[in-house]
Design a protein around this ligand. Structure first.
Ligand SMILES: [Zn+2]
Length: 339
């Protein structure tokens, strides 16, 4: 019996020494095999219990089991600390290549807006902003829309329950700005606009516009042509040409649609310009005297021009994008092309 206890103590001592010499993460399985395995030192002790009396067996069994638990625990701790050490070593290996983090990019609409605003600010225009929720007066009335104009129809305009509406164009920024500023006024107004239209590849319920307005004494249509001609060349390239076609808008008289020569085919005719050699980019005209009256300006003493362009359409033309909905789907594959 006594020799059994001596052997327990001796195993405990040997195990402690072996454990000390074990290198991290390598030999603990050998030790487990040597001490706790089927042919290990502890099983050999259990076998020696056969010669003992029943009471002695009970006592010796408990002592050996205690040793067994103790050794298992120490081995587990050793393993855990080995894993920690290996992990720490990995953490501090500064020679490993870093993980690539995907970077976000500017949305193509954001890029186009800031590029266009940059051009007009170099031409002396200030940036003005307005409200996305507007009154009927600023969105239509102040801009010389007759009461029965089709654009006021419920089909085209989103109305709120409070009787306001989501602006259908950025033009209310013009009249808001003029009611609080005296001429000369020279502004560009970027923003989101809303139309209650069927969503398709060509039209969406939300899109972006940039509005321009210049009011002063003796502003002429020639100033408008000169400004837009310069803008066309700065945005689309030096060889870009501009042409004006007569049109109609309630808030300008005379009014014109402006086309730029197709930058893809240089005017020869291609799929994007539908073989015409021209791309429609904006609407413009001389501010209607009724608009000046509605904001408290004297139409006898000031004149001015205004223009407005749809950003989505310009970006679609520039990059050959065929579906306007792509701008609003947040599809990473689409957006990552504009890195
Ligand atoms: Zn073309």
């Amino acid at each position: 019996m006594n020799s059994l206890y001596k052997e327990i103590e001796s195993i405990r001592g040997r195990f402690a020494a072996d454990l000390e010499s074990v290198s991290p993460g390598q030999e603990s399985e050998i030790l487990r095999h040597r001490y706790l395995g089927r042919k290990g030192a502890l099983n050999a002790l259990f076998k020696k219990m056969a010669a003992l009396s029943v009471d002695e067996k009970k006592e010796a069994g408990a002592a050996i089991n205690e040793l067994k638990n103790e050794l298992s625990l120490q081995l587990e701790e050793k393993n855990a600390s080995s894993i920690r050490q290996v992990k720490n070593r990995e953490k501090s290996d500064f020679t490993l290549p870093g993980y690539p983090f995907p970077m976000g990019t500017l949305h193509p609409i954001t890029t186009a807006v800031s590029e266009i605003l940059g051009i007009f600010s170099r031409l002396g225009f200030d940036v003005a902003t307005g409200y996305e929720v507007e009154t009927d007066w600023y969105n239509f009335g102040s801009l010389n829309f007759p009461e029965n104009h089709p654009a006021r129809d419920m089909q085209d305009t989103f109305y709120t329950e409070s009787g306001h509406l989501l602006r259908t164009h950025t033009s209310p920024v013009q009249t808001r700005y003029m009611t609080s500023h005296q001429p000369p006024v020279r502004i560009v107004a970027p923003g989101r606009v809303f139309r209650n239209e069927a969503v398709s590849a060509r039209s969406y319920c939300v899109f972006h516009q940039i509005e321009g307005l210049y009011v002063d004494k003796k502003v002429t249509f020639r100033d408008l042509k000169g400004t837009l001609d310069l803008f066309g060349r700065m945005y689309f390239g030096k060889s870009a040409k501009i042409r004006f076609r007569t049109s109609f808008f309630p808030f300008t008289e005379p009014s014109a649609e402006v086309d730029v020569s197709c930058f893809l085919c240089q005017g020869k005719g291609c799929r994007v310009c539908k073989q015409t050699g021209w791309l429609e980019i904006l609407g413009c005209g001389m501010v209607d005297p009724n608009v000046f009256t509605s904001v408290g300006y004297n139409p006898e003493s000031v004149t001015g021009y205004a223009f407005g362009m749809g950003i989505e359409r310009m970006v679609m033309q520039k990059f050959g994008i065929h579906d306007i909905r792509l701008f609003y789907e947040n599809d990473k594959a689409f957006l990552s092309q504009f890195y």
